[in-house]
Design a protein around this ligand. Structure first.
Ligand code: PHB
Length: 391
């Protein structure tokens, strides 16, 4: 009698704790964050993971009554690894949402999986326009290169620049930057003398910079992905374009806030167009920058951090709206048209394209209090990706 009671008690305890564990697993929503934490794009991983952790620390890791678990995985910037990790996260971890994607090829490698598994994937960094066409489960909180580039081309034509040379990195976002700059600069009456492309891996810019200088354009337009700006600007400085009367213009990827302070005076006066500057004047940005720096030993957030912060914010808002995270199709539907105030300014998700609609700013690098900043001069409000606009 007594033994039976004990046995019953033990069984009850066993099944009770098993049931509780199962219930607990169901109460947890997992977000799989795939980032290049090592390798040439490690700064992207460092920035986005720090921003995602900050969001959870600020808002609490709970949404729609369930706790949120962030699983951060390093793909080292290699597309095959991104794909394999994405599969593991979906099949083994049963993540509700995938996020991250530090480079265009890493996002593209995951497209078919998101379709098969019906799992939303929030693109926080990669910025080639075509990405969102590859899966209806892709939603983007970074930007597109065409979105950032056409304001620079129009600004140049309006400010006395009649001839230009373009120099970009030879892959998706570089082609987008080059095509967009040429299209809009020529439309505005400018002439492009040559379009040069440097390889993505182990970039060496000096031969291209010399060629650009020899062509004597009014301006040299530059794009390199986040993490390569400092190396590029060092070589730009050695070529003394200013003395040759050649103006340097670029997308904000080149004057990345993660590296800008280390570039030195060569960056001073550089005009760029982009969606985020750490110097953006708004209460939301001031609060974001202060909290980010406090949580990360004074590290400055860059545009990648903001793409990550907003990406987690969007995921939370969508789960809240739907009430749970079980149905990926419903989550994507909830993300469409979502609008909020980001540290970068007002943003929304274009319901047609799942790309982000945002302000693009014309900025100038200035020194203040001994530090370099992308100071915003002009705002082009509510910019959509122009490639999708023209379709
Ligand atoms: C990209 O690979 O899409 C990419 C990466 C870094 C950037 C911009 C675009 O700064």
């Amino acid at each position: 009698m007594q033994r039976r009671t004990i046995l019953k008690g033990l069984l009850a305890t066993f099944f009770g704790s098993w049931a509780m564990r199962a219930a607990r697993a169901e109460d947890t929503i997992k977000i799989g964050l795939i980032l290049p934490m090592t390798g040439p794009s490690a700064s992207t991983g460092r920035q986005i993971s720090a921003a995602a952790k900050l969001y959870l620390a600020e808002h609490g890791a709970k949404v729609a009554g369930k706790s949120v678990e962030l699983i951060i995985k390093d793909d080292t910037g290699v597309a095959d690894i991104t794909k394999r990790i994405a599969q593991e996260l979906v099949v083994n971890e049963k993540v509700a949402v995938l996020a991250g994607f530090g480079l265009t090829p890493l996002a593209l490698a995951t497209a078919s999986l998101t379709v098969q598994a019906k799992v939303p994937a929030v693109i926080m960094a990669a910025a080639t326009s075509i990405i969102v066409d590859k899966s209806p489960f892709f939603v983007r909180t970074s930007s597109t290169l065409p979105q950032n580039t056409f304001p620079m081309a129009e600004w140049a034509a309006k400010h006395g620049i009649k001839t230009a040379v373009t120099l970009v990195t030879e892959y998706g976002p570089g082609f987008d930057a080059e095509n967009t700059f040429v299209e809009f600069f020529v439309k505005a009456g400018g002439k492009v003398l040559d379009s040069l492309r440097a390889p993505l891996a182990n970039p060496e810019f000096s031969a291209y910079l010399q060629k650009a200088k020899d062509l004597k354009p009014d301006a040299l337009f530059l794009f390199v992905p986040s993490g390569q700006g400092a190396a590029l600007m060092k070589q730009v400085g050695e070529r003394e374009f200013d003395k040759a009367g050649i103006k340097i213009i670029a997308t904000g990827d080149v004057t990345d806030d993660d590296q800008l302070n280390g570039m030195g005076d060569v960056a001073l006066g550089l005009i760029t167009s982009h969606y985020y500057s750490v110097a953006h004047e708004s209460p939301e940005n001031k609060a974001f920058v202060a909290a980010f720096e406090k949580a990360n030993n004074g590290m400055r957030p860059n545009f990648m951090a903001v793409g990550g912060y907003d990406g987690i914010d969007l995921i939370f808002k969508a789960i809240e709206k739907v009430g749970d995270a079980a149905d990926g199709t419903k989550l994507v539907e909830a993300m469409k048209g979502m609008a909020w105030i980001s540290p970068r300014g007002p943003v929304s998700i274009d319901p047609q394209t799942r790309d982000i609609i945002q302000n693009v700013y014309i900025r100038k690098v200035e020194k203040k209090d001994g530090q370099l900043w992308n100071v915003e001069l002009e705002t082009i409000p509510g910019v959509k990706d122009p490639v999708h606009q023209s379709h």
